[in-house]
Design a protein around this ligand. Structure first.
Ligand SMILES: [Zn+2]
Length: 111
């Protein structure tokens, strides 16, 4: 499962930032094209957090929509249902500008 290795590398980053303090909350942003299932990410996180600085941490998942830029008219739009044509001019010459990312948005440390 892809999510497990994602969580493993996430934990490394979190531990580096937390510096042995307990983490209260972790928010991650995942694009709808990143191939990561929020449900599995949460499961993997809960599985991994035992014995880490995140043992009592809550995971917040922020899903972000797919955004495309049209190469014909330059319009930038969020798309739904994986329709990659430009909603302004109908062109199919579009590129994905966001929606493939996966990163930690913020980490909340317990005081
Ligand atoms: Zn267009």
């Amino acid at each position: 499962m892809h999510e497990l290795s994602v969580v493993q590398s996430m934990m490394k980053i979190i531990e580096k930032h937390a510096k042995n303090k307990e983490v209260a909350k972790v928010a991650v942003k995942i694009g709808k094209m990143s191939g990561i299932e929020p449900y599995f990410l949460k499961e993997s996180f809960d599985f991994f957090k035992e014995n880490t600085v995140c043992k009592n941490a809550e995971l917040e998942i922020i899903e972000c929509e797919i955004k495309i830029k049209c190469k014909s008219c330059g319009a930038e739009n969020e798309i739904k249902d994986f329709d990659f044509s430009c909603p302004v001019c109908g062109s199919l010459k579009t590129e994905i500008i966001s929606g493939e990312e996966m990163h930690i948005e913020y980490i909340e440390i317990k005081e």
